[in-house]
Design a protein around this ligand. Structure first.
Ligand SMILES: *[C@@H]1O[C@H](CO)[C@@H](O)[C@H](O)[C@H]1NC(C)=O
Length: 430
């Protein structure tokens, strides 16, 4: 048994040493492999890659919702930023425009701005005066160098009479410039709307200017009736303003009897003749509207004035003046049935109100006896011994369709001393 046990022990010890040897060999082989393949048989990289892929797959799954949210956020961010950008651009544009307008002030403007900027105490009762003579813009010859050249030659003290004419009004135009010449007025200019008028003026030694070909505008001028031409007028006047000239705009159904530049006040953006026929209608009055049903408050007071005549007005080259021209031209272009004289007056007189910013231009009504419309002449003046002795500066045959014979009669009456020259005509038209 003891032997058996020993044999067994021996056997087991041999097996033990075999096992140890095997382990040793295994360890040695392991060491060799560990040395040769430090990263093992399989590329751990591949494994990590795989893991990564699977990781990122799971991330995509998780993040796909999250990133659409993020994209939406980014999109709205971009939208918000581009809105902001547009607003900023707009602000920059507005600032630039403001700077440009600010730079347009001349010395007078600077003085006025200085006065305005300095804090002022109001003076004693009755001595305070608000600003009504706005500063003129700085002339910009680049706007129309050709016109600038003509004006430099023809205008006097930066003032000029301007009329637009096409061949439909050739006869009246002839009377118009004949009596301007007779009144020894040198500073006037015809804007010829067609070649016939251009040649006609040249032949008569009348200062004339024809615009460059501009389809949109010329189409109006050529075939246009009175109202279409009126719209064009406001556009053309803008260039005169930008060049720094004050314009006395004149229709051609007007006889000049004196030099109007001796009779202007020049204290307002717009100084205009009136369609009114007496102090009230020409200069404004309180018109009481009666509504008996209101009892105690039956009388409502209204402000009334007969319109400024958009066929004869003096306009100074100021920012409010140019804004007026732009507003009128803009509305005439947009509103097919608009009448230029109505639009001109609405823009000048309506105050700011909800949804509307009024124009803040200063205005003056010309003396309606000196700058006379044909209603005043035929209804009142010719029948009044005293009024008949006043020599008007101009007479505008605006109230009567038989313009040409009435213009000639006005010449006879005022210039040739024919006391009965006006008699054959009725007060109104029949
Ligand atoms: C009209 O106004 C002028 C001056 O503003 C004045 O001299 C004249 O008497 C007035 N005429 C009438 C009829 O009131």
């Amino acid at each position: 048994m003891a032997l058996g046990r020993r044999v067994k022990n021996l056997q087991s010890s041999i097996r033990g040493s075999q096992i140890i040897a095997a382990i040793g060999i295994g360890v040695a082989i392991g060491c060799v492999f560990a040395f040769l393949f430090p990263h093992g048989f399989f590329s751990t990289n591949q494994l990590t890659k795989v893991r990564h892929v699977s990781d990122s797959n799971s991330e995509v799954d998780a993040a796909s919702c999250e990133s659409t949210e993020k994209i939406d956020l980014l999109k709205s961010d971009i939208r918000r930023l581009s809105d902001k950008n547009a607003a900023l651009k707009r602000q920059v544009r507005e600032l630039n425009e403001k700077m440009r307008l600010a730079e347009q002030g001349n010395q007078q403007a600077h003085d006025q701005v200085k006065v305005l900027n300095e804090p002022h105490k109001a003076g004693p009762f009755g001595t305070v005066k608000s600003l009504r003579t706005n500063p003129t813009v700085v002339p910009d010859e680049t706007v129309n160098p050709r016109l600038a050249k003509i004006l430099a030659k023809v205008a006097v003290r930066k003032e000029i009479i301007v009329a637009l004419a096409n061949s439909n009004v050739r006869e009246m135009l002839e009377l118009w410039f004949t009596y301007i010449k007779k009144a020894k007025i040198p500073n006037y200019l015809v804007v010829a709307l067609d070649d016939e008028i251009l040649e006609f003026c040249k032949a008569n030694d009348v200062p004339v200017y024809q615009r460059d070909r501009d389809e949109s505008v010329d189409a109006i001028g050529k075939g246009g009736g009175n109202h279409a031409v009126s719209g064009l007028k406001f556009r053309i006047l803008r260039e005169f303003m930008q060049l720094g000239y004050s314009v006395l705009l004149s229709d051609v159904d007007i006889i000049f009897l004196q030099n109007p530049f001796d009779h202007l006040h020049r204290d307002s953006d717009v100084e205009s003749m009136s369609d009114g026929h007496n102090n009230m209608t020409a200069y404004g009055f309180n018109d009481v509207f009666d509504e008996p049903a209101m009892g105690w408050a039956r009388y409502a007071h209204t402000m009334r004035i007969w319109v400024f005549n958009s066929g004869f007005f003096y306009i100074r080259p100021t920012v409010p003046s140019i804004e007026l021209l732009d507003r009128v031209a803009g509305r005439l272009a947009r509103e097919a049935s608009a009448w230029d004289q109505a639009v001109f007056n609405e823009e000048l007189f309506f105050p700011s109100h909800p949804g509307y910013i009024g124009l803040h231009a200063s205005k003056r009504t010309m003396d309606f006896y000196l700058f006379m419309n044909s209603k005043v002449l035929f209804k009142t003046v010719r029948k009044d011994a005293t009024l008949k002795k006043i020599r008007p500066v101009i007479v505008h045959v605006n109230y009567h369709p038989d313009k040409y014979p009435r213009m000639k009669a006005i010449v006879e009456f005022y210039l040739n001393g024919k006391q009965d020259a006006l008699d054959p005509f009725p007060d109104g038209s029949q």
